[in-house]
Design a protein. Structure first.
Length: 489
């Protein structure tokens, strides 16, 4: 009765149960309300909740006595469905899977870091000089310190904002360790991040899900901690964009890493946190238990970009440049409008050619509209309709799905993990096949087959897949996407 599953509408089910005569102070009802509240908190990135706050929230939610709630917390604790941890700042309540995942991550990081440093490269200073000469670069003191920290520790964090040289460090590490016959594996949380990593380093990079051969994690349950993971065959694992990794994915990663393997976590804690629960990268840094190199210097080439300059100004609480109309910027423009209608006009005109005088900007190749919300005249739903009509108007063959029209040439996004969908990708005159398209992957509709009742999507990582018309709820137009959704790209 009232069993809780991630994503269910608890209030609706609770009302149905009450209509069937379930007592307001029924123990199972209260227990379900407690678990629901803890899951709800995870939507804001929390892995646990203060005991007093939980009591107050559940009391307001269920309209029950606080003594009854405390009694059910004791029962849930005894049955190990929740954990209560006492700290200096109070009592914190976890769902058991959150607690175990967090505990596993902490223990495995320490175990990895304390293991014997068997992948250390001898004569690193000489190797660094050789690498600089071969690549015709000069590493800063910060960058050299980062490479040395990687060599001296089994687990190391490299953090810093855009333009601070993280990619150059990764490239130097790859060159030095591969020269010493070490196997380096690169990965990132999303397909787009992995693709950027590969383009920047010239070495193959993959998504974490693909590396771990995770097939149907969501079907096993969002809160799964015992999912079977394929171990990673590597001497060094480098994970980029770690700020997007939640506590459960980090748990799976660490399960896959052998003691003795070096782990390098790269990311920027000032980016948006992970969509799932936990601010993993920030928490590890703040624990001061793992060696962390923080990069602060913006390199001269990066400083030419006003986007990078402004990103650092915002992080420092400073007003960004480009507000004044007299400021002549190459890549950053600030347009201050009070009218939603004028903002909509500006967005459409910028996407349909207004930017051409500043560069060869093609919408499908290098323009992405971001907005904070789905609803409203400037939310993704309305923006997608307006941008589709402006950029890809009505065609002879198109497929209607609800109030949406899918057309060849449309930019679309996968909005749920589908581990079974078949795809093909051509690589050097060979056809690679596989299954699985994941939440956040972007592509273009290339064909609509009315006879077979299917449409084809060609994704950014060059794989193509056919979707039955009955599965079009897995796709959304992505002329405009929410800022949070852009994390999954």
């Amino acid at each position: 009765m009232l069993d809780i599953t991630y994503g269910i509408d608890f209030k609706k089910i609770d009302k149905m149960a009450m209509d069937l005569g379930i007592a307001i102070d029924n123990g199972k009802r209260i227990a379900s309300g407690i678990k629901y509240s803890l899951i709800l908190a995870s939507n804001n990135g929390n892995t646990c909740v203060l005991y007093e706050n939980l009591i107050n929230f559940v009391s307001d939610l269920l309209k029950v006595n606080k003594d009854n709630i405390e009694h059910e917390i004791i029962n849930l604790k005894v049955s190990e469905e929740i954990y209560v941890e006492e700290r200096e700042d109070g009592k914190w309540v976890y769902l058991s899977s959150f607690y175990i995942a967090e505990k596993n991550v902490a223990e495995k990081l320490i175990a990895l870091d304390n293991a014997k440093n068997i992948k250390e490269v001898k004569n690193l200073k000489l190797e660094l000089k050789t690498s600089e000469k071969d690549e015709n670069i000069v590493l800063s003191d910060e960058q050299k310190q980062a490479v040395e920290a990687v060599n001296n520790n089994n687990v190391c964090i490299i953090t810093g904002g855009p333009g601070t040289g993280k990619t150059t460090i990764i490239k130097s590490i790859i060159k030095i360790y591969e020269k010493n016959k070490k196997k380096v594996v690169l990965c990132a949380p999303t397909g787009r991040a992995a693709k950027r990593m590969q383009e920047a380093t010239g070495k193959e990079a993959t998504t974490i899900h693909r590396l771990l051969e995770i097939k149907k994690l969501e079907e096993e349950g969002f809160l799964s901690i015992d999912y079977p993971i394929t171990p990673i065959d590597a001497d060094i694992v480098i994970i980029d964009e770690v700020s997007m990794v939640d506590i459960f994915l980090m748990n799976h990663i660490l399960k896959a890493i052998y003691l003795g393997t070096k782990l390098i976590l790269v990311g920027d804690i000032n980016q948006l946190p992970s969509v799932g629960p936990g601010t993993v990268l920030q928490d590890i840094i703040e624990s001061e238990s793992i060696t962390t190199i923080e990069l602060n210097k913006i390199f001269r080439q990066a400083a030419k970009s006003k986007i990078i300059t402004n990103a650092h100004k915002v992080n420092n609480g400073e007003c960004f440049i480009g507000i004044e109309e007299k400021d002549k910027l190459d890549d950053f423009f600030y347009i201050n409008e009070q009218s939603q209608e004028k903002v909509l006009y500006d967005v459409i005109s910028l996407c349909t050619g207004r930017l051409k005088k500043y560069g060869d900007y093609d919408f499908l190749k290098n323009i992405q509209v971001l907005t904070p919300t789905k609803k409203g005249s400037l939310g993704t739903r309305e923006l997608n309709k307006q941008l589709q009509n402006a950029l890809n108007p009505k065609k002879l063959i198109e497929k209607q799905s609800g109030d949406r029209y899918f057309r060849t040439g449309d930019r679309v996004m996968q909005v749920k993990n589908n581990y079974d969908i078949y795809w093909e990708r051509e690589i050097k005159d060979k056809i690679e096949t596989g299954s699985g398209i994941f939440n956040g992957e972007l592509g273009i509709i290339t064909e609509i087959d009315e006879q077979e009742k299917q449409l084809q999507v060609f994704f950014d990582d060059e794989k193509s897949a056919w979707y039955d018309f009955s599965n079009l709820d897995e796709l959304e137009h992505s002329y405009s996407i929410t800022i949070h959704k852009s994390q999954r790209k």
